[in-house]
Design a protein around this ligand. Structure first.
Ligand code: PGA
Length: 404
């Protein structure tokens, strides 16, 4: 705000001072034109021009014929004497008193002092804006966007198509795997199921088949599995992962970790603890892939899941079961519970990317990214993670930044 004002004042002053010989209306017009080019405030520039006019008259007056002669005499004097007022004053006739002289000196000093400033700002006014850096956000056409996006509490990348997002994430994964390979370390991936990661898995397969990306040193941990479904069930996540990824890459079967949905009640607690231990023993998850449910869940961490929850069995929420009804051929066939990594397990990953596509996810994505962190939307916990990102297509991002 102050910059355009300062710029306008300096433009007005510089025109008023340097073009004092021109008619005043013409000076004001000039000030307005410079100000328009310099994106200042035209009324302020005109006012400054008007104010500077009398000031500009003072040094001019001092150089007028009668006083000018005296001044010239002073200038001819020994410069050491110039500061000796007692010797200067006698050279002035009665119409030029000490006060006038002081004003003259002060205004001349002001004029000289202002020279650098108006020149810089006139230059600024004349040089096209694209050649200048500006911190004036109000003149930046993206200002609105920059300002509003401060509501986003998680870094968000929006892509025109989900394939582009998936391909970027696959490239990031490949880079991670190759780097870890180069230092003799295995890469631990946390994997998700559902519609969302399908394009990502296709991109990984493509990188394996055409780019030689090897998964020999990759260890995977899947997020979840339906309780009651064994590995042969077509809707089991074990089946999903093999059909959509593992069968097409060179991962070692012993490096694949998927929670089992058929552990007995008596053993489930120890089994969940062991899953946590296995993740730790593998060195922790390097990159966790996530989708988001319409109720905001990550994994099967349904609303109400605590932030520090670990791998456990959880009852499935009505929205989750409705969303799965079509693939199961009816809601009655959808299991009522699942085993899932907890929010705490997920958040301990070193990097995580949550993908979301389509209009159906737009509302919950907005809440997770811009709303308050709460156990109602477990994806909102990602706000507290130092290295989490959302990769969205334009539709999933379409409600972002709306006040909720
Ligand atoms: P979707 O499910 O990928 O099938 O949309 C995501 C999720 O429920 O986590």
């Amino acid at each position: 705000m102050w910059r355009p004002c300062l710029r306008s004042v300096s433009i007005g002053l510089s025109i008023g001072l340097f073009c004092a010989m021109l008619p005043i209306p013409f000076q004001m017009l000039l000030a307005a034109v410079f100000c328009f080019i310099g994106r200042g405030n035209i009324p302020i520039a005109i006012a400054a021009c008007w104010v500077s006019n009398p000031i500009s008259q003072i040094p001019l007056m001092l150089f007028q014929e009668r006083v000018g002669a005296k001044i010239r005499d002073i200038l001819d004097m020994d410069w050491l004497n110039f500061i000796d007022i007692e010797r200067i004053i006698p050279y002035f006739d009665k119409s030029v008193n000490l006060a006038n002289f002081a004003v003259g000196v002060a205004s001349t000093a002001l004029l000289l002092g202002l020279i650098a400033y108006p020149i810089v700002f006139c230059f600024y006014a004349l040089v096209p804006k694209k050649y200048l850096h500006t911190t004036d956000l109000t003149k930046d056409k993206n200002y609105q966007k920059v300002s509003i996006s401060t509501m986003r509490k998680i870094p968000v990348e929006v892509f025109g198509k989900k394939q582009a997002a998936a391909s970027k994430l696959a490239d990031e994964t490949a880079e991670l795997i190759r780097f870890n390979d180069s230092i003799g370390k295995s890469t631990v991936l946390g994997l998700a199921t559902g519609e969302t990661p399908l394009e990502y898995y296709k991109a990984l397969i493509q990188l394996h088949q055409t780019d030689g990306l090897s998964f020999q040193n990759v260890v995977t941990f899947n997020l979840d599995e339906y309780i009651g479904l064994d590995s042969k069930h077509p809707e089991s996540y074990w089946h999903f992962m093999h059909i959509n990824l593992f069968h097409h890459i060179d991962i070692k079967p012993e490096n694949i970790n998927l929670p089992s949905g058929v552990v007995s009640d008596a053993e489930i607690s120890a089994y969940c603890e062991q899953y946590e231990e296995d993740i730790k023993e593998a060195g922790g998850i390097d990159l966790q892939i996530l989708g988001i449910g319409r109720n905001g869940h990550i994994g099967f961490n349904e609303p109400g899941s605590p932030r520090d929850s670990l791998t456990r069995v959880i009852e499935l929420n009505a929205t989750t079961r409705e969303d799965a009804a079509e693939t199961f051929g009816g809601i009655e066939k959808v299991p009522t519970a699942a085993i899932t990594m907890g929010c705490g397990t997920i958040l301990s990953a070193r990097r995580m990317v949550l993908m979301a596509w389509g209009k159906d996810k737009a509302s919950i994505v907005n809440k997770a990214v811009t709303g308050t962190t709460s156990d109602i939307i477990s994806a909102s916990y990602l706000q507290d993670h130092p290295n989490a990102s959302f990769y969205l297509d334009t539709q999933a991002a379409s409600e972002l930044d709306q006040v909720i």
